[in-house]
Structure formats: C-alpha cells, structure tokens
Design a binder for this molecule. Structure first.
Ligand code: SAM
Length: 312
C-alpha cells in the first residue's frame, strides 16, 4: 500500500477512536463473526429489477444484450476469454458459458492476443490479464470502513440505518456495497456496467460471503424501469478523473471500468427511485458536485472524498 495513504489512514483511525460515537461501532471481531451472508445465494433481485428473457431465464432489466461499444469510436468492444494452462473440464465449461455473454469471445490459449486484455478462468477463479499486470478481485479498503463502522463518512452521508435498502449504481469491486450490506443487514443491489468487472465482483463477493446482488447493466438505463421510492438510498460513485490520486486498490477499476459520466438523466431517475436520499461521491478537489447542484455537500477531511446529497 502507498506509504502516504497508510499514514493518512492511521491518522483517520486515530481521529475516529479519539471521538467515540454514541452509535454502535463495528469492531473487526464483530465484522468477522457476522460478515458472511447466510441467506440464499444469490440474494434475490428486488422487484422491478428482474425480467424474464426469451429462454425463460430471469435476467436483470437493462443488462447488455449486445456487445459494448466504444463511446468515442462506436466500435464493438469484445474481451477475449480463455482458460489457464492447468484448467480442468469445469474451467473450460465456465469460460464457454462466459463467452455466451455478448461482450466476450472464447479463445484457445494459442489463439489469444496477449497484448490485449484477457479474462482468464483458472482453478482459483477469474483473473484479468494485461500485458503489464494481472488483476484479481479483492475487498479493497473494506477493513478501514469496517474499522470506522457507523461513523464512516459514507454512512453519515447516506444517513444509514439498519434495514435500509441501498442501490449501488456504480458497483466497481463492491467495496462500498459490501460495507453497506454489513451495516444494514439487508442485501445491497449493485449495478456494474463493465461485464468483466461485474463477473469478477460477483465471484469475489460471493466467495467472501457478502450480501451483494450483482447486476451487469447500465444504471442510467436500469433506473428508468424501477418504481418510485423502491430503494431508501441510491448511491453513485462515478469514475474519478484520469490522473486523480486514488488508492492502488482501484487499479483494476481504473483499468477497465467505464469512465462515462452518469449525467442529469441518471440523477433525475435516481431521485425518483430513492425514498430517502441520493448520494454521489466526488474527489476532494473534483468539480463534479458543483455541476450537479446537490441539496448539501458533506466535506469530511482535507484530501478525503466529498459527498453530494439530494434529499428525497
Ligand atoms: C469509482 S468506481 C466505483 C468503486 C466502488 N464504489 C467500490 O467500492 O469498489 C466506478 C465504477 O462504476 C462503473 N460505472 C460507471 N458508469 C456506470 C453506469 N452507468 N452503470 C453502472 N456502472 C457504471 C465503472 O465501470 C466503475 O467500475
């Protein structure tokens, strides 16, 4: 971990411990004993999100039905999917089933273009291989959030209480979503536009036992199909600007995540769907919130994210 970040984080936790909250704090011990989702997997999709497709399977409303397109060039973006050298029959079957999704094409190892990004299915799970680096799902900075518990700025911005239904419109690796699910004790629904990220997040969150239902869809389209007030909080954490100083734990998201802005249409729909509030995160020196006119802005510490809040 970046040394500066480590220092900032330890300062942050010191500040938290010196100002005890009246609300319940989550110790790491409580976290480890309660972290696994014990209900059915995957947690069921909330009403309004699931539709039946032609084959009778339940799919999420707004899931991509054709390959992603590069917004600048309009060209198809198809990711290669292959298996590792020691793959068994089950990894081959999994790679083949991933390749049935619109944004993937199955390649034998010999046919793969290793200079491009490749999703590899191995005995230990999914791995995104790029020429310079391999990426796997990881919980990000979940431990620092768990340490802060109910006093974490994200929770304060959401005015979260136990039982709140939260819709995460920009899931990424699901660090925020799993933290919120731990506190609310209600499965969080997380929408991720990038298909490979959605697959990796789904596998990682499932294996780590987090109550997050992953939907591969564009939240700008999906929100339009949801009933008014169907979630208590709608959460947006759009991609930070290129060059912004963010933790290395977001390198995978930075590498393949969508940089398209959420926009005013998303905000209008989010406000309709959120019963209590919409919350959007911006970097400490970003200008996004100023262009979106929130009802209020929660500034935390210097060089820490800011949260824009729209009340329901
Ligand atoms: C900054 S990351 C979010 C990180 C996340 N909060 C976490 O805890 O890991 C933004 C993510 O939102 C996704 N995204 C961007 N626009 C989206 C959209 N319209 N619908 C769904 N996901 C979107 C990106 O692909 C990226 O993975």
């Amino acid at each position: 971990m970046d040394a500066r970040l480590r220092i900032r984080e330890s300062r942050y936790s010191r500040r938290r411990t010196s100002r005890p909250s009246t609300r319940r704090r989550w110790s790491s011990a409580a976290f480890s004993s309660t972290r696994r989702w014990t209900g059915s997997w995957p947690p069921p999709l909330p009403c309004g999100l699931a539709t039946k497709c032609g084959s009778g399977h339940t799919v999420a409303t707004g899931s991509p039905t054709s390959p992603l397109r590069n917004s600048a060039t309009g060209r198809r973006v198809c990711m290669q999917v292959t298996v590792s050298g020691r793959a068994r029959e089950q990894e081959l079957r999994r790679a083949a089933s991933i390749a049935e999704l619109p944004s993937f094409e199955l390649k034998s190892r010999a046919a793969v273009d290793w200079d491009a990004t490749v999703l590899q299915v191995s005995r230990t799970g999914l791995c995104l291989k790029t020429p310079g680096r391999d990426y796997r799902w990881h919980p990000g900075l979940l431990h620092t959030r768990v340490e802060a518990g109910w006093t974490h700025p994200l929770v304060r911005a959401m005015a979260l209480t136990q039982g709140d239904r939260v819709l995460d419109c920009t899931l990424g690796l699901g660090t925020d979503a799993s933290f919120v699910a731990l506190l609310t004790r209600v499965p969080v629904t997380g929408i991720e536009l990038q298909p490979a990220l959605a697959l990796m997040a789904q596998e990682g969150l499932r294996d780590a036992g987090h109550a997050v239902r992953v939907v591969n869809a564009d939240s700008r389209l999906l929100l339009g199909g949801l009933p008014d007030g169907s979630f208590d909080v709608v959460w947006g954490d759009p991609m930070f600007p290129v060059g912004a100083a963010v933790t290395h734990s977001l390198d995978l998201v930075r590498h393949i995540g969508s940089h398209a802005p959420l926009g005013q249409g998303w905000l209008d729909q989010a406000r309709r769907v959120a019963k209590k509030r919409v919350v959007v995160r911006d970097t400490w020196n970003g200008t996004l919130l100023e262009t979106m006119s929130p009802d209020k802005i929660l500034n935390t510490m210097r060089q820490r994210p800011r949260y824009g809040i729209w009340l329901g």
